[in-house]
Design a protein around this ligand. Structure first.
Ligand SMILES: *Cc1c(COP(=O)(O)O)cnc(C)c1O
Length: 359
């Protein structure tokens, strides 16, 4: 078996223990004589999976009673539209922080539904940074404030969150379950699964239930959070197999000691790379150190030719997926929860060695 160190930004690497278990259980799930992906979404096998997935997420994040945990489809991008559709609607206004590529996409969708106040804008800043959370002031009467907790492309991450009167809505697609979090500070948290949770095709939504009551009656039933809360994400057929993998990944996170332990390991992994960058004239980090991400480490080399060579040689040595996003170029090492520390050590050593040859 030749597993590489997979630095892909999403879909991203999964814990190998989880993949092995999926493989072992694939043909005959717990003696049922069929795969879990062939099982009824109303049957006992799948029901236990669904309940454990919810329970694991609740336990990891210590989620208060008044919040629901939902499994939805359509990726985080669908949430860009559903949040304003459910919480704001025509005639209402919502606050957004424009922190870069993903925030901009959320803003674009929201503009079709409501008035958008961009109350802080750091998109395109160089080095990439975020607004100071202390400086964020919500607009009186705004339905909510939307932020992107980790900008996957720029490599920036909020270290502390704004305190505002309005409900805080966060796109946590690329850093959910990577650190402990006070869920009670948020109205809605959502995340596409394919970075930190499992396979693409399922989106986790953590929502304070009272917010789902705001929805107008002209919003299609299927697009209402209320519908999915009432039916425990079983209003229609959920992406069962993906939720099964999320259940295994969250079980794995619990076995690793929970989010405190995971956060420490993530910090250690990121530090290994940032130390190489900070100690070198050759590599240049693209994010302001005060805001740089523990999940996506972004940097440049002195030329695009060297960047191409770097990506190619790294791949030859079993480190794949290091090319930066097509919109910004450069190098990006995505080192989510499941990314092993040995892979980060291998990359750090390669970076030093590459610099010694080309620096
Ligand atoms: C990847 C990503 C998205 C897009 O998610 P889809 O599931 O592809 O819709 C949205 N927001 C952030 C922060 C992301 O990293």
């Amino acid at each position: 078996m030749a597993r590489v160190y997979n630095f892909n930004p999403g879909p991203a690497t999964l814990p190998v223990e989880v993949l092995r278990q999926v493989q072992e259980e694939l043909l005959d799930y717990h003696g049922s004589g069929m795969s879990i992906m062939e099982s009824s979404h109303r049957g006992p096998e799948y029901n236990a999976v669904h309940e454990e997935a919810v329970a694991n997420i609740r336990k990891l994040l210590n989620i208060p009673e008044e919040y629901a945990v939902l499994f939805m489809t359509g990726g985080a991008s669908v949430q860009f539209a559903l949040v304003p559709m459910n919480l704001a609607g025509k005639g209402a206004a919502a606050d957004y922080v424009n922190s870069g590529y993903w925030a901009e996409k959320a803003i674009k969708e929201a503009r079709l539904q409501c008035t958008v106040n961009v109350i802080a804008d750091t998109a395109g800043s160089s080095p990439a940074r975020l607004p100071d959370p202390e400086s964020i002031q919500g607009t009186p009467g705004a339905a909510y404030l939307h932020i992107t907790s980790n900008e996957t492309i720029a490599g920036t991450q909020w270290k502390a969150f704004p305190r505002v009167e309005t409900p805080l809505v966060a796109d946590m697609s690329s850093d959910i379950l990577s650190r402990p979090l006070d869920v009670s500070r948020f109205g809605i948290i959502y995340a596409g699964a394919q970075k930190n949770l499992g396979p693409a095709g399922v989106t986790v939504v953590i929502i304070r239930k009272d917010l789902a009551e705001r929805v107008s009656e002209d919003v299609p039933i299927i697009f209402r959070y209320r519908t999915h809360i009432e039916k425990n994400s079983l209003y229609n057929t959920p992406p069962c197999f993906n939720i099964y993998v999320v259940m295994l990944v969250t079980r794995w996170l619990l076995s690793q000691g929970g989010l405190g332990a995971i956060a420490q390991r993530n910090e250690r992994k990121a530090r290994l790379l940032y130390e190489v960058i900070d100690g070198s004239e050759f590599y240049r980090g693209t994010a302001d150190p005060a805001y740089r991400s523990v999940m996506n480490v972004t940097f440049r080399l002195p030329s695009e030719e060297l960047e191409k060579l770097f990506v190619r040689e790294a791949a030859e040595q079993g480190m794949k997926g290091l090319k930066g996003h097509r919109s910004v170029g450069g190098i990006r090492a995505s080192i989510y929860n499941a990314f092993p520390i040995e892979g980060v050590e291998t990359l750090a050593a390669f970076m030093r060695e590459f610099e010694s040859r080309h620096g």
